[in-house]
Design a protein around this ligand. Sequence first.
Ligand code: SF4
Length: 679
Amino acid sequence: MPQVDTHCPYCALQCGMTLDGSRVAPRDFPVNAGGLCQKGWTSGSLLTSPRRLTTPMIRVDGALEPVSWDFALDFVARKLTELQERHGPDAVAIFGGGGLTNEKAYLLGKFARVALGTSQIDYNGRFCMSSAAAAGTKAFGADRGMPFPVTDLKNADVVLLAGANPAETMPPFTQHLRGADLIVVDPRRTPTAELASLHLAPAPGTDLALALGILHAVVEGGHLAQSYVDARTNGFEDAWRIAASWWPERAERVTGVSAADMRLAAAKLANARNVYILTARGAEQHATGTATVGGWINLALALGLPGRAGSGYGCLTGQGNGQGGREHGQKADQLPGYRKLDDPAAREYVAGVWGVDPDSLPGPGRSTSELLEALGQEDGPKALMVFGSNVVVSAPRSQRVQDRLSALDFLVVADFVLSETAALADVVLPVTQWAEEDGTLTNLEGRVLLRRKAIDPPPGVRSDLDVLNGLARRLGRPGFPADAETVFEELRIASKGGIADYSGVSYQRLRDGEALHWPVPENDHPGTPRMFLESFAHPDGRARFVPVEHTGPAELPDDEFPLQATTGRVLQQYQSGAQTRLIKELNDVVPEAFVEVHPDTAKRAGLEEGDPARIRSRRGETIAKVRFVQSLRPDLVFLPFHFPGEQRANLFTNPALDPVSRMPEFKVCAVSLSTVDGA
Ligand code: SF4
């Protein structure tokens, strides 16, 4: 095939690249401007991986045996039908992913509700940015991670990054921050914190107290954007009733950040002209994640930033299609166009597009963690189909998730390699990967992108869309589209009138290079790169302050578990590592799990640099090699979560859920640290 301009398989920045076969070259696309990180540079190796699956497999006497596609799909359809006849439609569940294209996310939702009639569908985006989505929807009436283009940040005077580490997770992004004075909020001195003029390092799980303290300092310093608050928002008094008692000296006692630094941050934010506040997983992955992000949004509103040209609030999405993946219906409570599944008008409209009776559509199902917990239980699903996710590594309390998967009557996994989750399956379906198929994704700034096919898939491999088409036909629902552009044409119609309205986007416009940020409600609409400039998406056009109070982590240290642990990513690996662990150049740098520890803490536990250590919580333990980090808080350890088996950080993480977003508390739990033969 000729050279093809396309996009990276990994994160939400969706850097532009050119592929010549499997050879990667960066290209000048606005978000990356010719830059790629190490993951992007080496992504071509995914296309030639010797570990590629090329034939469907069915488990026979404990081993996976190759079979034909017809045999595999007939078998899957028969098993699903049997289980639904015996236990009801919700006996079958679907699990999707935030890396799937918009077309796949859309067709998965339709497949679940129309072909299977099950309410049991959710996806791994619950682990990624559901708290920011919930907080953004409450505050602004619509959730688009960054409601402005990434390139707007070039004109920023001050940027506050709360729980975001783009210098390590998406390095090309940081070029847009070069002109700004950076304030970074993170318990660790990350590579991003190294770039900051002010690093605020709160104790883990106290970010909301810090946001309240800075909001208090803004108001105390006379910096409240009163005319903006009066003209464009509701609810300041309710939010202030709580923040009024969070004077910085009180917040200092909770967070460990000095009151002087809080006042300095408030002054920097208030006295600059172009100011942005950006949040990411560090703010979100808590049992209080929605409230914590709400705290940062309240601060942004008090400063008059959202919806003001040259300033704003945004969330840095993580997964490649983290934004689009939560708009088209693979969430438990959602229909395409970011519509609510329990909204009668939405049900009627989408049912009309799908040609079914609105009453036949199931209601909302379980969210991700509750779904995984229910698998194989008396009133839970008996079968699960997984697309684009590796939950055995990425879910909290992952051994329990593995046990739940093993307890199922029937597990089907569609993937392009035998991930740790696929290795447990009764049926494995080998599917296409990124550059082997066309598909759209929506990046962290709400821009719809066409990730184009650059190489033919190996013989024997089919696209997920083709799999869903084949299964739907066997389940008595013919007519599911299997071609990506045809699916997108249906998605356009299904999204029309919704919050995330794609009805004016077409493959042709994307092929022509148009920059289309949703909403795009008409065929000749130019897209909406900057939202909220005139009004917010609530019916009265005003943003909402949301009263939020600091409550702290779900689990605190005690004598048995005296330290706190936090988890995150490293530059050379991505999410569960199912893709990046295939790539030698990346594995040569970070081949295995490690635990960052302050040297004094390590020595107290009898550990030296490079020693294997046992990190144990109330739920489980993991083994990782010690790395001394002098800048780390002595009461904190950090582990990356990309590694399988006994190196899984998620063996010990806390599954406590945010009450609104249902996101687990990945970012903090109580642990002990010891030598591997210690208790
Ligand atoms: Fe790919 Fe993200 Fe790296 Fe860009 S920053 S090359 S999109 S992984």
